[in-house]
Design a protein around this ligand. Sequence first.
Ligand SMILES: NC(=O)c1ccc[n+]([C@@H]2O[C@H](COP(=O)([O-])OP(=O)(O)OC[C@H]3O[C@@H](n4cnc5c(N)ncnc54)[C@H](OP(=O)(O)O)[C@@H]3O)[C@@H](O)[C@H]2O)c1
Length: 337
Amino acid sequence: MSRAWSFDRFGLEHLRLVEVDEPAPGPGQVTLAVTACSVNYRDTLMVAGQYDPRMPLPLVPLSDGVGRVVAVGEGVDRVAVGDRVAATFAPRWIAGEPERSIVRLSRGGPLPGMLAERRTLDAEGVVKVPEHLTDEEAATLPCAALTAWSSLVTEGNVTAGSTVLVQGTGGVSLFALQLGKLLGARVMITSSSDEKLERARALGADATLNYRTTPEWGRPAAKWAGDGVDLVVEVGGAKTFEESLKAVRMGGIVSLIGNLSGSTAPVPLTRILMSQVRVQGILVGHRAGFEAMNRALAAHPTVHPVVDRVFAFEEAPEALRHLRSGDHFGKVVIRVA
Ligand SMILES: NC(=O)c1ccc[n+]([C@@H]2O[C@H](COP(=O)([O-])OP(=O)(O)OC[C@H]3O[C@@H](n4cnc5c(N)ncnc54)[C@H](OP(=O)(O)O)[C@@H]3O)[C@@H](O)[C@H]2O)c1
């Protein structure tokens, strides 16, 4: 028997530590001894019933986890016992265009999540993680880092000399800052906190803007880049989209990732049309993108994910509460073993 966190009714107060009998790996499967998980904003919505109130329960939460392979089933040759791997967010999305039936099967809802001591998974849905990262750091990669990578690289054409505007200092955004710098881009970042902006500068941000004191940051951002930034990493949603359209250059990209300030807003269609802007939705990313990102990180061993705080396995509900508070800078992690 091993332990897992599970909820059978929506609400953080219903998250319970339960004993589970994780099966031995069947053909094509691997069993992981999970060592660390990370929390994403989506996980907090999932537990609260705000992501999909019809999500089938009970559910083990959290899409992101890393572990050691402790057993492999028949026919597995991608990984071996002893390898350190991360579970991928949408385990059947290997590469190429997204397909609804494949991408909707994501971990932490509707598929069981990673907040467990042992998990038996299809071997196709795991990837080896860069050696220079600790387990706690590697556990931050599957959702937030890959989303930033997909935004900048897979769908974004960001390269040396590009200009990128990143919103806020949460998990996805700090990865977008770090990966943008790794790619040679110039990066401007916004935050509600001057202290967080100082920390973002220390991570390499070229320019900063406080979106509380400068709520109309779109034009100053465009001016900073010359005549608009090449790409905006849009996590704010309803209350930031219009500023993003002011910030982006003609022919640039607004990478639509999150909706922290709401998911419905009037859309300035004429501005999109007249500036030939591409609004690019991003849904995390595929395994091939994860592997490409890991190669990039392995080639830059000085780059480490920003871990705000590590909670013990028994403190998992506290970790979700901390993320929801918005006090964090970067990723919130749970050490499992
Ligand atoms: N589409 C996808 O594939 C995908 C993948 C991952 C995440 N997401 C979404 O992306 C968003 C961010 O996720 P996350 O896990 O990075 O969240 P997170 O770590 O909780 O980040 C939250 C941070 O965003 C900033 N923020 C909040 N409201 C803002 C606003 N109105 N304008 C600008 N920044 C704002 C704040 O930064 P400051 O404290 O610095 O102000 C806050 O700390 C969420 O909506 C999430 O659901 C989508």
